[in-house]
Ligand binder design. Sequence first.
Ligand code: UT7
Length: 344
Amino acid sequence: MTKKTHDLKRIRTTPLDAVIIGTGAYMPERILTNDELSTMVATSNEWIESRTGIRERRIASPEQASSDLGAEAARRALANARVQADEIDMIVVATITPDMGLPNTGCLIQQKIGAHNAFCFDIEAACSGFVYALEIASQFISNGTVKTALVLGAEKISCITDWKDRSLCVLFGDGAGAAVVQARPAGTGGVIHTIMRSDGRLGDLLMLPGGGSRHPASHDTVSHGLHYMKMDGREVFKHAVTCMTSVAKDVLTACGLKVEDLKLIIPHQANMRIVKAIGDRLGGKPEQYFVNLDKYGNTSAASVIVALDEASRKNHLKKGDLVLLVAFGGGFTWCASIVEWCHG
Ligand code: UT7
């Protein structure tokens, strides 16, 4: 039994908690190293590693779409949770790289894994997507609408990456992660409290302008590269640090917690310098901050769940541990969640 040193305020007043009972991840096999990238654009391993902490990233094969990555992550999460696909009531997929406009990626994953009793949809909150999706699922569970949810972040960012833009193509990678979330009696743990924020005034700083109803796909949009992400890296960096720090502090305060009460902090895996800057402002020990961006780069909506799955599989978490998930992405969107670990 873990001895509790904190005085956690349980904010939910509903009779059910939403508990993560299993996780899984799937990262494509193909590894793209910094050295290999240096043969594609004017960059170097030294520049990428010192500015970002990233050493390599995974790239999906041409045949793989986000739903293929997500379906494999889902199978692993279901096995980990010992839950059958037909027990899932709801699938929510966070992605900025859906396979296509219609059907949604959730339905495509539903079909692939045989989760025929689920209702399915996607959400788009960029790199904040998984934490937003987890909170959406947990609200459905806490109010009694849903018993078992499958929550995913699944991205094939390589297909919206301009491989000629060195300031951007070195940062991102492909991958997917999934969590099985299930109802338990109040007081068990799980998602304790989440704060989600957005500021649409800053949307221009990180966008994917083409292919939607503003600039539908055309020869022109393709020739102007509008189907690739555009980013003002320096501005995004500054906002990522201030927004993630403030929302993390706010969720800790709301739950009556201090940084020392946390077993792990799982920040969005964008850039090691961003993680360190948050650490300087939020406090805590370096070993509380879980990082795997060196291997995968920024996998957008998949980043937090891929990191959480790795932390869990490496036995960094035991029953009763408190975890802070904190993310930031285009929109802008940002969010933080306190999760009491009940698994394993
Ligand atoms: O989920 C959120 C997604 N977005 C992010 O996480 C991005 C946040 N921003 C960042 O991580 C950083 O701003 C970057 C890593 C993108 C850039 O780092 P920086 O320290 O802000 O560099 P910078 O943009 O100020 O550029 C410094 C120099 C420039 O050259 P000059 O103008 O000083 O001659 C760039 O042209 O580095 C140059 N540069 C590169 N050089 C080698 C930019 N990209 C590269 C590159 N290799 N890949």
